[in-house]
Design a protein around this ligand. Structure first.
Ligand SMILES: [Zn+2]
Length: 265
């Protein structure tokens, strides 16, 4: 190759590199900007509370919509919730593409969050967990139902996501947008959805709501199992009772306690 050809090739490679790096920059979604410190504190607390209350172990995650842009959400990188700190929180668009640091380890099931936020404008926070007391109800013909006041949001029953309908034989993980979309569609307007052989996803209008629901799904599963084990007839909450309970529901008092217990302050 003569000197002219070699120089020409170098220029071509340089131009191609600039084009491809600018194309990558264009694909990366823009950040919504700084997160409200109070929201960040609650997101860290939510991670710790879910671990402290036994809703999640090393797996499971919680997200919240960005306070500046409903088309962005905040979720930790792939880390056990009990260990999550502010430095771990990543910002995603609703396609679950991070606005920066795409090389960091990410939860493979983050699509649960992004696809629910797309279909449910009323949802501000999402939890996904594998709580052991709940899993039997995802595979049994006995539906999870509410027997106590704390489970009012379950009184109408929960849908159960069958990933075989969305993807045939899989590794059971909601690890792409297509599975996430199918789960969000099955969730409909409900407060939570069971996931067959896996766990559940819960939604709420705030972090205290979604954390509270996630805790009380596990409580409801334990209570129902114990009531059935007694051997008599079980009286469940009527859906109308559930609606009346939920119309007055807030999690202000337990949130204060859970946060203090989990954050040590
Ligand atoms: Zn999972």
């Amino acid at each position: 190759m003569n000197k002219f050809a070699s120089g020409f090739m170098t220029i071509c490679f340089a131009v191609a590199a600039v084009i491809s790096s600018s194309a990558l920059a264009q694909q990366r979604p823009a950040s919504a900007g700084p997160v409200d410190p109070a929201l960040m504190e609650d997101l860290i607390a939510a991670n710790r509370i879910l671990a402290a209350q036994g809703v999640v172990d090393a797996m499971g995650h919680v997200s919240v919509r960005h306070n500046r842009d409903p088309n962005r959400y905040l979720l930790s990188l792939a880390r056990a919730p009990e260990l999550v700190t502010e430095a771990d929180i990543m910002e995603y668009d609703l396609d679950s593409v991070p606005v920066r640091d795409p090389g960091r380890r990410q939860y493979s099931e983050r699509y649960i969050h992004g696809e629910i936020y797309k279909l449910r404008p009323d949802v501000i926070a999402v939890v996904h967990a594998h709580t052991p007391s709940v899993v039997p109800f995802t595979v049994s013909s006995v539906p999870l139902r509410a027997i106590a006041h704390s489970g009012g949001f379950l009184a109408e029953g929960l849908p159960n996501f069958e990933i075989r309908e969305a993807g045939g034989m899989t590794d059971m993980l909601v690890s792409n947008a297509s599975f996430g979309r199918a789960l969000a569609e099955k969730l409909g307007d409900k407060s939570a959805i069971l996931m067959r052989g896996h766990g559940f996803a819960a939604v709420g209008k705030s972090l205290p709501f979604v954390v509270g629901r996630s805790i009380y799904i596990g409580v409801a599963a334990k209570l129902q199992t114990e009531a059935i084990a007694l051997g008599g007839t079980v009286t469940y909450l009527d859906p109308e009772e559930g609606r009346k309970i939920e119309a007055r529901r807030d999690y202000i008092r337990p949130w204060e306690l859970w946060k203090r217990q989990a954050m040590g302050k």
